[in-house]
Ligand binder design. Structure first.
Ligand code: F6P
Length: 357
């Protein structure tokens, strides 16, 4: 008999349900006796003891459903060791509920912050297995996170739609793409959507280089230019500031995001009309694409395998197309960024895509 706890934490993404289904179906199918407890709304459910015993039917009919059947929330790692407003020690509370239910393991689905807390629980002696989810694809130790490819689809579709209207009006368009501090999503959606300029946090931009690229296109007879701009894109000037100086500057920023700032600068320097489109959370929504359904199912069944073999303290990942288990201690807290001189960046530049550098 195995007793498993499960939770989804942090920003949601597509294929969370597909991953949980993979765990549930494999465990129910391969083990004689298993109980799965679903904690509601991420770590919050584990802290405050909000959970429900799940049945095999909970894992049916959810493969294609976006979101998470368990709910999610953000419980910042920075505050995890601070007591809550009623003085409750959150870490102690999580351990208490784990022990009360006599769990053999916690399966935790999440991104970067979630992994830091999962690793803390491992250090506290709990058995933990994690599954890497996020549209940002920024988790160290895995080539791919589930949610990413689905988000690439949504962001690409946004750029595709902009293409037709940009061509009609002869305007400059900016599509702001999510991705937090990394540029994977923007880079991939930008190339897939045929963006002319791609700006990612890993390659700070020079506004004059962007303006040059727009002018060159105009001279060549192109009526429009499309920029795919990562929400975390940063100018060379700002990248040179200290963290403190940058934070201070951001507090006083006149524009709601970097895209609007770039739009204002392009208008000022070229006189060209610029429009900004922000697909925002639509990039995390809707049904997972087939790639993510398969990836999440494979991650889920590998988690079940590890549970059946009593192997804990791992994140399941994919490296060179092979499903792998990576020690949590080696991945927690590390970010996987785009290398500025990565082959994919060089290839994009060969196709005359400007990175504004
Ligand atoms: O980490 C996923 C993500 O969607 C990022 O791309 C984005 O910066 C962030 O979450 C948005 O967070 P929230 O949903 O809390 O606004």
């Amino acid at each position: 008999m195995k007793r498993i706890g499960m939770l989804t934490s942090g920003g949601d993404c597509q294929a969370l349900n597909a991953a949980m289904r993979g765990v549930g179906k494999a465990l129910y199918n391969c083990m004689k006796e298993v109980e799965i407890y679903g904690f509601l709304d991420g770590y919050r459910g584990l802290i405050y003891g909000n959970y429900r015993l799940m049945s095999s039917s909970d894992f049916s009919g959810i493969l294609t459903k976006g979101g998470t059947i368990l709910g999610s929330s953000r419980t910042p790692f920075k505050q995890i060791k601070n007591p809550d407003e009623n003085g409750l020690d959150k870490v102690e509370a999580m351990i208490k509920h784990y022990n009360k239910l006599k769990l053999d393991c916690l399966v935790i689905l999440g991104g970067n912050g979630t992994h830091k807390t999962a690793n803390l629980l491992r250090e506290e002696g709990l058995n933990v297995i994690t599954l890497p989810k996020t549209i940002d694809n920024d988790l160290y130790g895995t080539d791919m996170t589930f949610g990413f490819q689905s988000a690439v689809d949504v962001a690409t579709y946004a750029i595709d739609c902009i293409h037709t209207t940009a061509a009609s009006h002869g305007r400059v368009f900016i599509v702001e793409v999510m991705g937090h501090k990394v540029g994977w999503l923007t880079l991939n959606a930008g190339i897939a959507g045929g963006a002319d300029i791609i700006l990612i946090p890993e390659i700070p931009y020079d506004i004059d280089k962007i303006v040059d690229a727009i002018k060159t296109r105009s001279k060549r007879g192109s009526r429009f230019t499309i920029l795919a701009v990562a929400e975390g894109a940063i100018s060379k000037e700002d990248a040179a500031l200290s963290k403190k100086e940058y934070k201070e500057k951001m507090k006083n920023r006149l524009h709601p995001s970097v895209s609007y700032e770039i739009a204002a600068q392009i208008l000022e320097k070229t006189g060209q009309e610029v429009r900004v489109t922000v697909p925002g959370h639509t990039q995390r929504g809707g049904s997972p694409c087939p790639y993510d359904r398969v990836l999440a199912s494979r991650f889920g069944t590998e988690a079940a395998n590890l549970i059946m073999n009593d192997e804990y303290g791992y994140m399941v990942g994919i490296v060179n197309r092979e499903i792998v288990k990576v020690p949590l201690a080696e991945v927690a807290g590390k970010l996987k960024s785009v290398e500025p001189d990565a082959t994919i960046v060089k290839e994009a530049k060969m196709m005359d895509i400007s990175f504004g550098d």
